[in-house]
Design a protein around this ligand. Structure first.
Ligand code: HPA
Length: 283
């Protein structure tokens, strides 16, 4: 009896998908972006856009969450070739950490060394208000999981990757400079990543504040861990769509999250435009 062939490795699958995407593009993207809940409008700003639905991309998980369109849009922003994920899959939908972070592996194998991640988050820092934008300085992984658990894929990075500059200091300086030039009051803080999908209790929000979290959300941390594993430099921006449970006056709904993200859309888009333009010398 012949043994069935072992399943293709994560590296081989990501490599095949990277080649498949590249074959549809004229120019190789230099920056990848992941757009969170309600922030997908930025992908409509690209020139010469090629749109590929996640359903057509082997290994890309297809999110069912409202407000997440689910397509990869490749094109030019500020004259730079970018690959933009309009919508992302979340761990709480039932995808594994490996599935959630697969697109980041693919970007790395497409030769992309820079990742801009965005998300909707609840404000924990009492100095924040609904509608603020927060540059992510660092994160707390409160998901209880790690996407690097299991056999290490040395072709991507080491077993024990350094996480001492998870959100690149130079990119943060650039983001602040852009915000100043556009008179955007850009906050900065620590993003606490939780598993979801229930919103936090007021006691959990208090705890997150005490351990150093400024905002809380249900995404980003897995992708950023994998990006660091792949030696990509990362910039992260949270849109504070609501004050977290117990700090605002209302109960939380996903509709509120989408409404606030929609309200700050133009400011968010101009900040990311400016940041991308400032990244040109790094590429
Ligand atoms: N908690 C977790 N995730 C979120 C929130 C929140 O308050 N708002 C938007 N995403």
């Amino acid at each position: 009896m012949t043994k069935p062939a072992p399943p293709a490795s994560l590296y081989d699958r990501a490599h095949a998908t990277a080649k498949g995407i590249q074959s549809r593009l004229n120019n190789p993207p230099k920056i990848a972006m992941i757009l969170g809940s309600g922030l997908g409008a930025l992908a409509d700003e690209l020139d010469h856009a090629t749109r590929i639905s996640y359903a057509e991309i082997p290994g890309f998980p297809v999110s069912k969450v409202q407000g997440h369109a689910g397509q990869l849009v490749c094109g030019r922003l500020e004259g730079i070739d970018v690959a933009v994920m309009q919508g992302r899959a979340h761990y709480y939908e039932g995808w594994s950490m490996e599935e959630v972070t697969f697109p980041v592996r693919v970007f790395s194998l497409m030769g992309i060394n820079h990742l801009v991640v965005t998300n909707a988050a609840g404000g924990v820092n009492p100095d924040f208000s609904e509608g603020d934008l927060m540059l992510i300085r660092d994160h707390l992984n409160l998901t209880g999981e790690n996407p690097l658990r299991g056999p290490n894929h040395e072709s991507f990075g080491p077993r024990f990757p350094d996480m001492s500059d998870p959100y690149d200091k130079h990119l943060r300086e650039k983001a602040h400079a852009v915000a100043r030039s556009l008179s955007i009051d850009l906050k900065e803080g620590v993003y606490a990543g939780v598993g979801g999908p229930s919103y936090e209790t007021p006691a959990e929000v208090q705890m997150i504040g005490r351990v150093g979290g400024d905002a809380v959300g249900m995404s980003t941390v897995p992708e950023v861990i994998v990006a660091n594993h792949c030696s990509m430099s990362v910039a992260g921006i949270s849109c504070i769509t609501n004050m977290a449970a117990g700090l605002g006056n209302e109960t939380l709904t996903h509709d509120e999250v989408k409404e606030t993200a929609d309200r700050v859309r133009d400011t968010f888009i101009s900040l990311v435009h400016g940041l991308v333009a400032e990244m040109a010398p790094l590429l």
